[in-house]
Design a protein around this ligand. Structure first.
Ligand code: NAP
Length: 300
């Protein structure tokens, strides 16, 4: 149980509702900042503004998957008010206060260093990233169907990056009957792609591999779909860039070439907020219970 533990949920989207429900079930004391427009009240949680939360009593802060922007601002779907995680506020929290975020950002790294507060990045965990690849793939399939006039079956699909999301994408598009080719830089990933029954090539040869592309799905958070590569890709192609912002595509050049390229952050929250929220909620509960158990042992 998380009885008497004060947890602040700072902004976020519908995924956080699953987290809130789960933490209430464990008897945590919750302050919800950035939820004033959410048309639902929670027994055991208080909607508050940042300045109303007594930082000195806070055990944990839960941020949205995206963390903060470069100035510390936190995205929220359920409020028009701007929410900021400031260094001054964090300084007032107890030393054991831990921040949970989906990903790290330069701002979070900086304030975590300066205030000596730990930041736990949920999406760096393999289990979370792999579970999260499930709604991501479903979202990618939806985007492809909405943005192309061909079937996935027998389409020429390139998946860039055979990481945790890339594996799930390659497998799903292959299962739907697409001709899938995977581009990656590591020999072991090339071997894995071949084992999965899809074609594979080294990224350094990408420009030579795109001539028959119809759908390209990028998961590499680095500029890989350069103007040189795009100049060899058929102009009617569709690119869906899943990599974290700013993506891996030269979007300006793609537009000039007549290639439809879209970047789609947060697909799990868009297509399956409940399932995506459960993934986060389950791991949050595990981490918080582990942390407070350790603290209780230290105090004993
Ligand atoms: P991952 O397991 O780390 O996979 C990333 C892949 O990109 C790996 O194959 C990695 O190769 C490769 N890569 C990274 N940097 C590279 C570079 N500079 N040059 C060549 N290859 C490079 O990550 P993931 O969990 O699959 O996530 C992939 C991306 O998708 C992330 O940016 C993540 O934030 C994003 N994502 C977005 C959504 C969405 O809704 N849009 C959902 C889930 C994930 P190495 O192993 O050799 O580094």
């Amino acid at each position: 149980m998380l009885t008497n533990r004060h947890i602040v949920i700072l902004g976020g989207d519908a995924r956080q509702i699953e987290v809130i429900d789960k933490l209430i079930g464990l008897d945590a004391r919750l302050s919800l900042v950035g939820f004033d427009q959410l048309d639902r009240n929670f027994n055991g949680a208080v909607k508050a503004k940042m300045e109303e939360v007594d930082a000195g009593t806070v055990d944990s802060v839960i941020l949205p998957v995206s963390g903060t922007d470069k100035d510390g601002n936190v995205e929220t779907t359920f409020s028009n008010e701007s929410i900021k995680l400031t260094q001054g506020w964090l300084d007032q929290t107890p030393e054991h206060c831990t921040i949970y975020s989906g990903i790290s950002t330069a701002y979070l790294d900086k304030v975590s260093h300066e205030t000596n507060r730990e930041v736990v990045k949920l999406f760096e965990r393999d289990d979370v990233a792999i579970y999260n690849s499930i709604p991501t793939v479903e979202g990618a399939i939806m985007m492809v169907i909405q943005n192309t006039d061909i079937t996935i079956h027998h389409a020429h699909v390139i998946v860039l990056g055979l990481g945790r999301t890339g594996v799930s994408l390659a497998r799903a598009f292959h299962a739907l009957g697409a001709y899938v080719k995977v581009g990656d830089r590591r020999p072991e990933h090339i071997a894995r792609a071949v084992e999965m029954g899809v074609d594979a090539f080294y990224l350094k040869n990408l420009a030579d591999e795109v001539h028959d592309n119809e759908i390209c799905i990028n998961t590499i958070p680095a500029l890989v779909l350069t103007s040189r590569v795009l100049s060899r890709m058929p102009s009617g192609s569709f690119i869906i860039d899943l990599a974290s912002l700013p993506g891996g595509t030269d979007f300006r050049y793609a537009k000039k070439r007549g290639i439809k390229a879209i970047i789609t952050p947060g697909l799990p929250g868009l297509v399956a907020p409940k399932s995506a929220g459960r993934i986060i909620a389950n791991v949050m509960v595990e981490l918080l219970q582990e942390k407070f158990k350790e603290e209780n042992q230290d105090d004993a």
